[in-house]
Write a protein that binds this ligand. Structure first.
Ligand SMILES: NC(=O)c1ccc[n+]([C@@H]2O[C@H](COP(=O)([O-])OP(=O)(O)OC[C@H]3O[C@@H](n4cnc5c(N)ncnc54)[C@H](O)[C@@H]3O)[C@@H](O)[C@H]2O)c1
Length: 403
């Protein structure tokens, strides 16, 4: 392959589909990942993640010579940083991956190149990387285009959303913004909204914090309704009949690697100001703890009422319905907590989207439902919705399966 035009650093859930999409359009992409297995898999035209229609796209791009992977960067014209941005112990953002990826590309940068961060990042990260680049390469001051462009795709629909979602694009100056917009306009059909780098960084954090706060409101209602003996699902349905009210659905908490993580980036940097955002995180975390306590009380009551230990089905482990992803999953947290308090009860752990798990012994959802006395719905998977409600069972429906 001749010199690549685009250098993609990080070939995970976001970087690989983006690399494949760009390569599919006939642009040469050099993908970089520190994981040798990931690199080898991609170079065979295969993929290491689950994402519909990605495999075909990668296989095609590799076959035609438009996509290759390596553990090392190479010269190009556009550098995209799409590495993880997790949080550290005290819920502080960890931008060391972005720093390492940036340091790796610095030797290759030349006048006129475009450098874009797509990783979800704390406000000011693009400016920090600008400093880092110009410290090592003062020869490039005012000669590079640097921008931030957050990603907002939904796993499971990434190949479609990469093309059709609107994008927010913020450069360190106007010419960087324009250059980045020109780049994305080659493969994005959604609208491209120009702003500055800090606003674009904040925009991504605010989108996920907004979801977290709204879910926290629904979760708080579920706690209030439990005490008031009111059906929260019916209540929300009725309240939403108001033309200007739109309350989300409660659940067993909030999980995943975005909504349960990104708000901390704001809380960590703006602790005095982000009161609602911080409280929403607490409410959503508390909801999971509360669910685990509720299972504990229910099982003790069952024992008193029936003079024997209960059989308990914990239905769902994923962080949201109909996926196999357990990252930051409240359902998994609740299952772990419940099992820590186990006292010779029989448990059935159910996750229809996973064949086997290294900690949990999984049971088929139908037999778990049939055999258990207490059914705890932690996730509203579509399989569970097909179950008939049985009056003799004690049902803790935290996910609204039978709402
Ligand atoms: N997955 C999503 O749905 C989603 C959505 C929006 C935004 N994001 C953000 O996008 C970024 C990437 O997320 P992801 O889900 O693709 O992560 P991921 O963990 O799936 O992939 C990241 C890849 O980067 C590689 N990597 C780490 N350090 C590297 C380095 N220095 N050089 C080269 N490769 C390196 C890892 O080996 C991994 O394969 C994160 O900031 C995330 O918050 C993710």
């Amino acid at each position: 392959m001749d010199n690549a035009e685009v250098i993609m650093i990080g070939l995970g859930y976001i970087g690989l589909p983006t690399a494949a999409l760009i390569a599919q359009g006939g642009t040469r992409v050099h993908g970089v990942d520190i994981n040798q297995k990931v690199v080898d898999t991609i170079n065979r035209g295969e993929i290491h993640i689950v994402e519909p229609s990605l495999e075909d796209s990668v296989a095609n791009a590799v076959k035609k010579g438009f996509l290759r992977a390596s553990t090392k960067p190479a010269p190009g014209n556009t550098y995209l940083i799409v590495v993880p941005t997790p949080f550290k112990d005290k819920n502080e953002p960890d931008i060391s991956f972005v720093e390492a990826a940036t340091k790796a590309v610095i030797p290759f940068l030349k006048e006129g190149d475009l450098y874009i961060i797509e990783s979800t990042s704390p406000v000011g990260t693009t400016d920090k990387m600008k400093e880092l680049i110009f410290q090592e390469r003062p020869d490039l001051i005012n000669k590079l285009f640097l921008a931030y462009c957050p990603e907002r795709v939904l796993p499971g629909n990434v190949m479609h959303e990469l093309v059709h979602n609107d994008r927010v694009i913020g450069g360190i100056d106007d010419k960087s913004t324009k250059k980045a917009i020109a780049f994305y306009s080659k493969y994005v059909k959604g609208e491209l909204h120009a702003t500055n780098a800090k606003t674009a960084e904040m925009c991504k954090l605010v989108e996920n914090s907004s979801r977290d706060v709204q879910i926290a409101f629904a979760n708080e209602l579920s706690l209030i309704c439990d005490k008031a003996d009111i059906n929260v699902w019916e209540l929300i349905n009725l309240a939403n009949k108001h033309p200007r009210v739109n309350i989300l659905q409660p659940g067993s908490g909030v999980g995943g690697h975005c909504i349960a993580v990104d708000p901390y980036f704001l809380v960590s940097d703006y602790p005095m100001e982000s009161k609602i955002i911080s409280t929403a995180r607490q409410v959503n975390n508390y909801k999971s703890f509360w669910c685990a306590e509720k299972v504990q009380h229910t099982k003790l009551k069952f024992e008193l009422d029936h003079g024997r230990k209960a059989k308990i089905a914990l239905m769902g482990l994923a962080f949201k319905p109909d996926i196999d992803d357990l990252r930051e999953s409240p359902a998994k947290y609740i299952a772990q907590r419940v099992l820590q308090n186990a006292n010779n009860e029989e448990y059935y752990i159910v996750e229809p989207n996973i064949k086997e798990h290294n900690i949990f012994k999984l049971t088929d959802y139908k037999s778990a439902y049939k055999n258990a006395d207490i059914i705890v719905f932690l996730v509203a998977h579509k399989e569970f919705k097909s179950l008939e409600k049985i009056k003799s069972k004690v049902i803790l429906d935290f996910a609204g399966v039978f709402k």
